[in-house]
Write a protein that binds this ligand. Structure first.
Ligand code: TYM
Length: 336
C-alpha cells in the first residue's frame, strides 16, 4: 500500500505597514498563491515586526485589516491554509525571547537591514529593531518550515534563522527543521522606479518610486511613464541598464516571457511604447485583485472570522514546538 508523502511546510510573512507594493506582490505574495495546493502553507502578517518603527494606533489597526483583506484579494485562501496575525499567536513572542538567548550580538550587528533602518530612524534605534531577526527566526522555526519564500532582501535574515536552528539542534538534539530560502528567479528584487539601484520600498518618501497594489490605473500608468531609464532607447537587458532591466523584470514576472522574448517584442520600438505596455500588464494583473479587495474590505465580520480561525490553527501547531523547546532547555513543566 502506498503512503502519501507529507507535504513540505512553507512559512512566510509580510509586514502590514501601510502600503503593499508591487515588490511585495511579485517578490512574495504571487508566489505564495501558487504554492497553496502543493505545500502545507502557513502565512502571517508580521505585525509584531511593524512596531519596531513607531505606529499611530488607529492607522496601524486599519493597515492591518486592509493588508489582511488585500492578501485574500490576491488569492490567499484562509480555508486551505492558516493565514493569521502574528500578534494573536503568543508562541511567536515567547520563542523569540528564547531564541534571543541563542543569538549573538555580533550576528545581529552584521544585519544590513538593521544598519539601514537605524540610519533611517536614528531617533528610535530600539532593541526590537536589533533583535528583529530572532523574532523572524521564531516565526519560521515554530512551524518546522522546510521552505521560506521571500524576496532577495530577506536572505540574510533567513541565513541567521538557519544558524540559530543548527545551533539549538547541536546544543540539545534535533528540534527544529533547518529551513531553506525559496527566492524566485524573476521578481526577487523589484527596484525603485526613480532610483533603480535601490529596491522598491513602501517606506520610500517619493510615491513615484513604487507602485502600490491598490494604486489606480491612471497612477500606475503615470508612474511607469516617469520611470527612470537611460538614453540608449533600446529595450535590451544589460548590467548597466538598471532602469530598463527592472521594467523587463516586472514585465517578465507578470507575462512569463523571457528577456529574449521581450527584446524581440520591442525591437525597433522606443521606451515610450515599452513603458506603456508594462503599465498595462501591471494594471491588468492588479485589476481583479483591486475588485476583490473592495468587496472584502467592507466585510469586517468575515475577515475577523478568517484571522481568528487562522490564529487558532497556528497556535495549535506552534505550541507543540514551543513546549518541546522549553522542555529541552530545562524549564519546569506547567502543571495547569
Ligand atoms: P517585508 O514586509 O519588508 O516584505 C515582505 C516580502 O516582500 C519581499 N519584498 C520584495 N521582493 C521583491 N522586490 C522588492 N522590492 C521587495 N520588497 C519586499 C520581501 O523579501 C518579503 O519576502 N521581516 C519580513 C517579514 C517577516 C518574515 C517572517 C518573512 C517576518 N517574519 C518570516 C519570512 C519569514 C519583512 O519585513 O518583509
Amino acid at each position: 500500500m502506498e503512503t502519501a508523502t507529507p507535504k513540505k511546510v512553507i512559512f512566510s510573512a509580510v509586514q502590514p505597514s501601510g502600503t503593499i507594493t508591487l515588490g511585495n506582490y511579485l517578490g512574495a505574495i504571487k508566489n505564495w498563491v501558487t504554492m497553496q495546493d502543493d505545500y502545507r502553507c502557513i502565512f502571517a502578517l508580521a505585525d509584531l515586526h511593524t512596531i519596531t518603527v513607531r505606529q499611530d494606533p488607529a492607522a496601524f489597526r486599519r493597515h492591518s485589516l486592509e493588508a489582511y483583506a488585500l492578501f485574500l484579494a490576491c488569492g490567499i485562501d484562509p480555508k486551505k491554509n492558516p493565514f493569521f496575525l502574528q500578534s494573536q499567536v503568543h508562541t511567536h513572542a515567547e520563542l523569540a525571547w528564547i531564541l534571543n538567548c541563542y543569538t549573538q550580538f555580533g550576528e545581529l550587528s552584521r544585519m544590513t537591514q538593521f544598519k539601514d533602518k537605524s540610519a533611517k530612524h536614528a531617533d528610535n534605534i530600539n532593541a526590537g529593531l536589533f533583535t528583529y531577526p530572532s523574532l523572524m527566526a521564531a516565526d519560521i522555526l515554530l512551524y518546522q518550515s522546510d521552505l521560506v519564500p521571500v524576496g532577495a532582501d530577506q536572505k540574510q535574515h533567513l541565513e541567521l534563522a538557519r544558524n540559530i536552528a543548527e545551533r539549538f539542534n547541536g546544543a540539545y538534539s534535533p528540534t527544529f527543521t533547518v529551513p531553506e530560502p525559496y527566492i524566485p528567479k524573476v521578481g526577487a528584487k523589484i527596484m525603485s522606479l526613480q532610483e533603480p539601484t535601490r529596491k522598491m520600498s513602501k517606506s520610500d518618501e517619493n510615491a513615484n518610486s513604487y507602485i502600490a497594489v491598490l494604486d489606480k490605473p491612471d497612477d500606475i500608468l503615470r508612474k511607469f511613464k516617469r520611470a527612470i531609464t537611460d538614453s540608449e532607447a533600446r529595450v535590451h537587458f544589460a548590467p548597466e541598464k538598471e532602469g530598463v532591466n527592472n521594467l523587463m523584470g516586472i514585465y517578465s514576472s507578470i507575462t512569463g516571457l523571457t528577456n529574449e522574448q521581450i527584446e524581440v517584442e520591442f525591437e525597433g520600438k522606443g521606451y515610450g511604447d515599452f513603458k506603456v505596455r508594462v503599465a498595462e500588464a501591471v494594471i491588468e494583473e492588479l485589476r481583479p485583485v483591486q475588485e476583490r479587495y473592495s468587496q472584502l474590505i467592507s466585510d469586517k465580520e468575515y475577515l475577523e472570522q478568517c484571522y481568528t480561525e487562522g490564529a487558532q490553527q497556528a497556535l495549535s501547531i506552534s505550541i507543540r514546538t514551543l513546549n518541546k523547546v522549553m522542555k529541552k532547555i530545562g524549564f519546569l513543566p506547567k502543571k495547569f
